[in-house]
Write a protein that binds this ligand. Structure first.
Ligand code: PFF
Length: 450
């Protein structure tokens, strides 16, 4: 069976940035920044994104292009001996399971975004009852919209790499950027916004050593670059051999962190503009509100206070969120689908339907037991599984992939690689420094003073 391939560097950058830029950037990052001292969190995040997440992303892309296969088969192909092989398969399977579980909880939040987009539209059409149902938390609303969202993802994925992932990334990513920039300009012109901008951009250095801030920034950096679960590995396997991987990876990192910073410049000033209109933006403990309260209460309060224009801004904002979620979920679904196609030898359509239906069921169960399971699934997959799996991938790339194979792989797109800075630093970095740093950060989160 012929494997899919991205047709150009731009196609890869847009698809991989589409995966990276998602609810994690536009909701997660500003929320965590608001919780953890604004500018200090931004600094730590930028530091970890470039010093830790970028080298780990390069490990995934290189492994993927070398293996030209899904995560399980790729790790199997670079290992030898029973123990190594079993470890490779186990890591690969855990990646496939984690990507699927992330899709299951992510689709519920993405469903809320779609419901709020429709609610803003029905509100302008004066269909108050429907709008009320759409914005009210309920089991059926959650199930309907997460099912619709997964079905949309399934439609894109079943069309394949070039006709599905590539075409839709090329269409949706420019829309996302335009909407984001338009909203920032609008919000920054509102009274009160300036104060939010200051809080976001000016760091309070005393907060930088807070272990909770560091762990939170680490989780955010790995989640935001979609690391550990094989998404970037599978996208790497669809890149052309003559592509310059270090540059492509750097462009994805820059666009992902760039959008996160832009989102911070939208959400936190919007929060203060909402305060100016009378909304309460602090919790009882004196921290800025974050999470669902921020997106579904404070921001809608701002939109309402804007009069006629507010309805349009609300539609634009929730459409932005829905698009960002879709380009990310496409990449999540591709992980189990490519695994099923390549190891179970079934067609793309059958694989997409099977994984899609399975994900709809699991996400239904999470919706049903929302209060007891949702948070657990989020923490287990993003704060633990992603950094640990990423650590494993760095170890596979650094210790088990032969240095000459690594060099040959990267040299295809960069003939003079050996004389550059990247090759002098990265192999040792990914072998020793990245795993060590991930372990230190994970362990310190257990310590009593953290
Ligand atoms: N990077 C996405 C975001 O920031 O929302 C989330 C994500 C996508 C996580 C794909 C994991 C993944 F495999």
């Amino acid at each position: 069976m012929k494997r899919g391939q991205f047709s150009s560097r731009l196609a890869f950058i847009l698809a991989a940035s589409g995966s990276a830029v998602g609810l994690g950037n536009i909701w997660g990052f500003p929320s965590k920044a608001a919780e953890n001292g604004g500018g200090a969190f931004l600094l730590m995040y930028l530091f970890l994104a470039f010093l830790l997440a970028y080298p780990a992303l390069m490990a995934e892309l290189t492994l993927g292009r070398h293996g030209r296969s899904n995560m399980v088969s790729t790790l199997d192909s670079i290992t030898s001996g029973l123990v190594q092989k079993r470890l490779g398969q186990l890591t690969g399977i855990m990646g496939v399971i984690t990507a699927t579980m992330i899709l299951c909880f992510y689709s519920i939040i993405a469903g809320w975004m779609m419901a709020h987009t429709l609610a803003s539209i029905t509100q302008t059409l004066k269909m108050e009852k429907i709008a009320e149902w759409l914005v009210t938390f309920s089991l059926w609303r959650n199930i309907c919209f997460s099912t619709a969202f997964i079905s949309l993802t399934l439609l894109v994925i079943s069309a394949g790499v070039e006709k599905g992932i590539e075409i839709w990334s090329k269409r949706l990513m420019p829309c996302l950027l335009l909407l984001l920039l338009g909203l920032i300009v609008y919000v920054l012109l509102q009274p009160g916004a300036e104060e939010g901008l200051k809080i976001f951009l000016v760091p309070d250095f005393t907060q930088l050593a807070d272990p909770q801030l560091i762990l939170s920034a680490l989780g955010q950096a790995f989640f935001s670059l979609s690391l550990g679960v094989g998404t970037m590995l599978i996208y790497g396997s669809y890149i052309r051999s003559d592509e310059n991987l270090p540059v492509a990876g750097a462009l994805v990192t820059v666009s992902d962190t760039g959008v996160a910073v832009l989102a911070g410049m939208l959400i936190i000033p919007a929060l203060f503009a909402a305060q100016h209109l009378g909304a309460d933006i602090y919790t009882e403990t004196g921290r800025l509100i974050s999470g669902p309260d921020l997106i579904f209460h404070a921001l809608p309060a701002l939109f309402e206070g804007m009069g006629e224009a507010g309805a349009l801004v609300a539609i634009a904002f929730f459409t932005l969120m829905s698009i960002a979620a879709l380009t990310s979920s496409i990449s999540m679904l591709e992980v189990p689908v490519s695994w099923a196609i390549e190891t179970q030898k079934i067609s793309r359509l059958k694989a997409s339907i099977a994984v899609g239906v399975f994900s709809i069921l699991i996400s239904g169960i999470i919706s049903y037991k929302f209060t007891s399971i949702f948070e657990l699934v989020v923490v287990a997959t993003t704060e633990w599984a992603q950094p640990i799996l990423s650590l494993m991938l760095c170890l596979f790339c650094g210790w088990l992939m032969h240095r000459n194979h690594l060099l040959d792989e990267l040299k295809q797109g960069v003939p003079d690689l050996e004389s550059g800075l990247f090759w002098r630093i990265w192999p040792t970095y990914v072998k020793i420094f990245c795993p060590l740093l991930i372990v230190i950060i994970l362990v310190q989160s257990f310590l009593p003073f953290s």
